[in-house]
Write a protein that binds this ligand. Structure first.
Ligand SMILES: Cc1cc2nc3c(=O)[nH]c(=O)nc-3n(C[C@H](O)[C@H](O)[C@H](O)COP(=O)(O)OP(=O)(O)OC[C@H]3O[C@@H](n4cnc5c(N)ncnc54)[C@H](O)[C@@H]3O)c2cc1C
Length: 690
């Protein structure tokens, strides 16, 4: 049974949230010793708890009503309230998730009121509760319905919106008498009787299961960076998520190599998109800190280009101002270095001066990073100044590793890899998904199928305009093994033979090259738009073969050689580099009508269907925010920016998992590591150097 419409959750305390029996038993035995009576073991006393202090003392005295005994007990218990009392497993994180989801939480217990707050404070759960009712707060206590009705009325909720959760018959009887639904927990006290005897509406044996009962069922199709990140976001909130991915592993789509912390690689996009990418990139760094390669990017304008390097200055200043604002709003946003160092210009004289310096093993200042560029770039063919900016690398293998380790840590999130959704039916308030000869209903559906999103749209007869673009970057190895490079961009007009060249460093002399010409990264007919008849743009067979089977190796070699020549126009020594076997490639969607769009998030059909439409990985958190808000999954607005699952991650685990993934996907293991030794990277922090 699901309870999707509840807003107010009433919790019993002892036996439901906390195991207080050890402290209660100590105080009962203290009282018995004071009265020269025999003491009892903890388990015997456990069966007496649940009807308040007076009844507990009576039970210990074999039915005798003794005010003096009660006083001794209460005095002792008051002084030893939380000595050995503990929260039941998973209570804290579940309360935290319910609180984040915006439920209103209250406690109704038969414990004397004065004891409650000190216990909640000692166990650090006091902040979650809007109201606390003890045995002596009202004229009646459970199993009377009064406390439940009083709380729901006082907090402004109907009986239908209210749910009682408890371990004993008093909780269930009170709920039934009040006309409120109830969930029984089977691990509590309840006088040695199973809670099922009293027929609560549902029973749980683990407190975490509450989250599944209260949450609607949400399906995500596609375990790329979009679908996996939404799954993490929803799982952190304790929502009931199933992620379907047809491939064997997550985040195995087109490449993701740059963080775009300002979008400076794209001169053609608007300032507004650049500012959005800056903000979103900083947010992404909070979610995937182990995947960020903190090395700057050098922007160089060739003489053949019609623009001047300084044309970028107004935009860079705007980005710097916006970065300053973001850091002011929250100092934790200072992830791109000092605000004043967001970018720096290098004149020809400064570059010539750097040529005589020794290339540092471990660059840290902008000057140190620039030395290798000053030495290796052919200065006759380029304009000045050079611009160095805090645009970083984003490593897809480390992203894939982070995502899968984080998702493994959520107990009630279902990850179905090797599972393709083949058919979907839309019902009045749900969707029926077909996969592996199975059908399953979900309340909400999130289409995160990347370039195949249109296929899912078509299954549901939703129309949407989009482009698909097939692109590739090439992996090479050079003899620069012992040198740490920044990223270097040589601008040029997209789609022409002078198209931009991107030189992206990885450890051990590996480089990834983009060349924005039709012979290298872009392809003739590689960018296509959908027709009015379908939401899915149809790529030519040659691209689909590359995506679903593999590339011909002679074609890979030819294109990689062209990429090497394209870069070595400006870095002559790079000519000697070697091509490796497999490019990083794939098709991505660009929603709408503007093929240059780079900052995009999500669109909706009604209130239960979302379509993830990120063009850059950095947009995933803004996308998740919108989904949660539009689906009204939370009872109050909340933007999640701190992730519990991150606490279990260690760079060493990411290294291991990422390198396993790189090898499994036929790429050199070195691509799984970060280029810069100061980044999170156990290989270097453990002392090994390049
Ligand atoms: C050459 C190139 C370089 C790029 N560089 C960058 C970069 O530097 N930085 C950046 O941010 N972005 C970059 N991008 C863009 C980036 O790769 C994409 O925006 C991003 O991967 C999109 O992620 P996604 O999760 O939306 O889609 P995908 O990664 O494509 O994930 C969609 C998933 O859905 C699954 N799926 C589809 N249909 C079904 C189904 N019916 N059932 C189950 N599963 C299904 C697929 O198997 C796939 O795994 C680059 C793209 C290319 C092509």
């Amino acid at each position: 049974m699901q309870f999707p419409n509840k807003k107010l959750l009433l919790f019993d305390l002892d036996g439901t949230l906390i195991d207080s029996v050890p402290d209660l038993a100590n105080s009962i035995n203290f009282m018995l010793q004071q009265l020269n009576k025999n003491t009892f073991d903890e388990n015997t006393i456990r069966a007496w708890v649940g009807n308040g202090a007076k009844t507990l003392v009576q039970r210990a005295l074999n039915g005798e009503n003794n005010d003096h005994a009660l006083e001794i007990f209460l005095q002792h218990y008051k002084n030893h309230l939380c000595k050995t009392t503990t929260l039941y497993p998973h209570v804290k994180e579940t309360l935290e998730a319910l609180y984040k989801q915006g439920f209103t939480l209250a406690i109704i217990t038969n414990k004397p009121y004065a004891f409650i707050s000190p216990i909640l404070e000692a166990l650090k759960i006091d902040k979650y509760f809007s109201l606390v009712i003890g045995a002596d707060s009202l004229t009646e206590k459970k199993p009377h319905p009064l406390p439940l009705l009083h709380v729901s009325e006082k907090l402004g909720f109907s009986k239908e919106e209210t749910l009682m959760i408890g371990d004993s018959k008093n909780d269930i009887l009170a709920a039934k008498a009040a006309g409120i639904e109830s969930i029984g927990v089977s691990y509590g006290y309840n006088y040695d009787e199973h809670i099922s005897v009293f027929e609560p509406d549902a029973i749980i044996d683990d407190f975490r299961k509450l989250l599944n009962l209260l949450s609607p069922k949400i399906a995500i199709i596609g375990g790329g960076i979009a679908g996996s990140s939404v799954a993490i976001y929803l799982a952190e909130l304790g929502l009931h998520v199933t992620l379907f991915e047809k491939k064997e592993t997550l985040v195995d789509g087109p490449p993701i190599c740059h963080l775009h912390a300002g979008g400076n690689l794209y001169r053609e996009i608007s300032d507004t998109q650049c500012l959005t990418l800056l903000k979103e990139s900083i947010e992404l760094m909070h979610l995937y800190p182990f995947s960020i390669d903190k090395r700057p990017t050098v922007l160089i304008t060739p003489k053949s280009d019609s623009h001047e390097p300084t044309d970028l200055l107004p935009r860079l200043k705007k980005l710097q101002e916006y970065y300053a604002q973001l850091v002011k709003e929250d100092p934790k946003n200072k992830l791109l270095g000092e605000v004043n160092d967001y970018f720096q210009l290098f004149s020809k004289e400064e570059i010539l001066n750097l040529q005589s310096k020794t290339t540092p093993h471990n660059p840290s200042t902008f000057e140190e990073w620039m030395i290798i560029v000053a030495k290796e770039v052919s200065l006759e063919d380029v304009k000045f100044p050079f611009i160095m900016v805090q645009e970083y690398g984003l490593n897809i293998f480390r992203l894939a590793a982070s995502v899968s380790l984080m998702l493994d840590s959520y107990p009630y999130t279902t990850i179905q890899t090797n599972t393709e959704i083949t058919h979907i039916t839309q019902n009045a308030d749900s969707f029926t998904l077909s996969y592996n000869n199975t059908q399953e209903d979900f309340d909400y559906l999130i289409n995160a199928a990347g370039f195949e999103s249109g296929i899912i749209d078509d299954m549901l007869h939703f129309h949407r305009e989009r482009f698909i673009e097939f692109k590739a970057a090439y992996v090479t190895q050079s003899n620069y093994n012992s040198k740490i490079w920044p990223e270097v961009i040589f601008f040029g007009q997209r789609g022409t033979p002078q198209g931009m060249a991107q030189f992206t460093p990885y450890p051990d002399g590996y480089f990834q090259l983009h060349g924005m010409t039709k012979e290298i990264t872009l392809f003739e007919k590689g960018l296509i738009k959908n027709s009015p008849l379908s939401a899915h743009p149809k790529l030519d067979k040659e691209f689909l073969e590359k995506i679903y089977t593999q590339w011909r190796s002679d074609e890979v070699q030819q294109r990689t050689q062209k990429a090497i020549l394209h870069v070595s126009r400006f870095i002559p020594s790079f000519k000697k580099s070697l091509a490796t076997q497999k490019p990083l490639y794939g098709a991505q969607q660009i929603p709408g009508n503007d093929a240059d769009l780079r900052a995009a998030e999500v669109s909706f059909e009604g209130e239960r269907y979302a379509r993830c439409e990120i063009v850059k990985a950095s947009s995933v958190l803004a996308m998740a925010d919108s989904i949660v808000q539009t689906f009204l999954l939370l009872k109050k607005p909340y933007r999640l920016r701190s992730f519990q699952a991150l606490k279990i991650l260690q760079s060493q685990h990411i290294d291991e998992k990422a390198s396993t993934l790189a090898i499994k996907r036929d790429y050199p293991k070195s691509l799984a590591y970060l280029n810069h030794p100061l980044c999170y990277n156990s290989r270097y922090t453990s002392g090994e150097t390049l």
